[in-house]
Design a protein around this ligand. Structure first.
Ligand code: F6P
Length: 469
């Protein structure tokens, strides 16, 4: 088998500074980094990633980025280049574009400052491509993850045509109308970068089609010598069922569950677990709960919304503002409905994985209502961890809807009234129907694991090698 090189912005290890300014391990963020970490542990694969802050950079310089059974390669990047590429381009521009988050009457504004950030994004992509070119053995399979690294496809095709490169997007793809918001030359450079990969993968057929549509748009792909889309495939990621069940059975989770049960008592629990992230639609979820209490008085005092939302991307003003809007909205709804012995919404902003898994174990209803989401792993982890025949209420704009719709209640995430109705239906569902749906959900989720997803990526790379691409 060819050597495997994984390339992503966020790596398997991260550090924070302790009180004396020394780097200490801080665990890794969730999502794709955690999934890959479990899949690759002990395989000897190479993982190329960015040091994301001062603590990571110090740790890399001191040789602390080490893990048995993995070859870790950090990409040398100065702090300014990284901040502009990550905050301004990757998070505030490309993430917004792919998730349709732009507030178009006001933003984005592509001015000369933004152009400096785009130059930083190019430098970051170049530094990654150089690091991969230096680390990859002849004929390696290179699995590049996400929108941070759109330009590396073309760079690697030029520098190392022997490599079988596969790009995978964990986000949706913008589609032509939204991609046309980017400056024309930038959109063209991005599509040219992606066209350099041997092939590109997505979680759903819908995101794959949106990507291909961009190459069919002459405004984006050019008309004289139009860019040609690379081969594409779709393959949804799944959790590792054993890992989720292990987490749910751990002593740490038991003690978090005790704390949670004490706060919920014998009431029903609607649970949500998200990063504080604009695309997760936390605010409309809160408004839907408010409307539920208003229009269906029978639930007052009988149900609690457990909203676990851990901070993320706090370098962006929008995210800080969103966080305070969430806190303010929770206070307002609680002031409106709380009684002496009932607090309707329990909001917790701690980043505590054991507590999140405990809440997934416990829910009667799991609310996953993003405005747009590449997949949503929480919906799938919830199905495995839950011990209560809980009902999943999920946005039709989440990639996971494509797989889970036979067993879940779907909602239009913009429709607060419909979301309140779906919560009502889920809370009122009879035991037999809940059990039927929960069983079907578990079957759907357990039938497609993280290992199946990785096998699809490696299969796509194999086909490239055979085709000599
Ligand atoms: O593709 C989405 C993703 O990379 C997820 O894997 C993860 O949950 C999230 O974005 C993390 O974003 P960041 O690394 O910027 O915190």
């Amino acid at each position: 088998m060819a050597d495997v090189v994984v390339v992503s912005n966020r790596g398997p290890l991260s550090f924070r500074l302790d009180a004396s300014g020394r780097p200490e391990p801080a665990g890794s963020g969730g999502g794709l980094a955690a999934s890959f970490h479990r899949l690759l542990a002990g395989t000897g694969a190479t993982w190329v990633f960015a040091p994301m802050g001062e603590a990571d950079r110090l740790a890399a310089a001191e040789g602390l980025m080490l893990e048995d059974g993995l070859r870790l390669v950090t990409v040398p990047l100065d702090a300014d280049t990284y901040r502009m590429a990550y905050d301004v381009v990757s998070n505030a521009s490309l993430w917004y574009c792919h998730h349709h988050l732009f507030d178009l009457p006001r933003r984005p504004r592509f001015d000369r400052h933004w152009r400096e950030a785009w130059d930083a994004y190019r430098r970051l992509n170049r530094a990654f491509a150089d690091a991969v070119a230096g680390a990859a053995a002849e004929g390696s399979v290179v699995l590049v993850q996400d929108y941070h690294l759109s330009l590396t496809g073309r760079m690697l095709a030029e520098a190392r045509p022997d490599l079988a490169t596969v790009h995978f997007s964990h986000t949706p793809f913008a589609g032509p109308d939204m991609l046309r918001v980017l400056p024309s030359d930038v959109a063209g450079e991005l599509l040219a970068g992606m066209a350099g990969f041997g092939c590109c993968g997505f979680h759903t057929r819908r995101w794959e089609a949106a990507f291909r549509d961009c190459y069919a748009d002459p405004e984006l792909a050019g008309s004289a010598r139009p860019l040609v889309a690379p081969p594409t495939f779709h393959s949804p990621l799944g959790p590792d069922p054993e890992a989720v069940l292990e987490e749910a059975a751990a002593a740490e989770c038991d003690s978090a569950a005790e704390g949670l049960s004490a706060s919920i008592g014998d009431r029903l629990a609607i649970v949500r677990v998200d990063r504080i992230e604009l695309s997760k639609n936390i605010l409309r979820g809160l408004h839907a709960f408010d409307e539920l209490l208003e229009r269906r008085p029978r639930w007052r005092g009988r149900v609690v919304l457990v909203a676990l939302a851990y901070p993320s991307r706090e370098g962006l003003a929008d995210y800080l503002a969103y966080r305070s809007e969430v806190e303010h909205t929770v206070s307002r709804i609680n002031e409106r409905w709380a009684t002496g012995d009932w607090t309707p919404i329990l909001l917790d902003l701690a980043d505590d994985r054991a507590r999140s898994v405990a809440a997934l174990r416990h829910y009667d209803v799991l609310l996953v209502n993003p405005v747009r989401d590449g997949l949503n792993l929480v919906a799938k982890e919830g199905a495995l961890a839950n011990r209560n025949d809980g009902v999943l209420v999920i946005s039709r704009e989440a990639g996971a809807w494509a797989e889970l719709h036979p067993a879940a209640l779907g909602v239009n995430p913009f429709d607060v009234t419909a979301t309140a109705d779906a919560l009502d239906a889920a809370l009122a569902m009879d035991a037999a129907e809940r059990a039927r749906r929960a069983g079907e959900l578990r079957r759907l989720v357990a039938g497609r694991t993280a290992a199946d997803w990785l096998a699809d990526l490696l299969g796509a790379a194999d086909r490239l090698s055979l085709a000599g691409r």
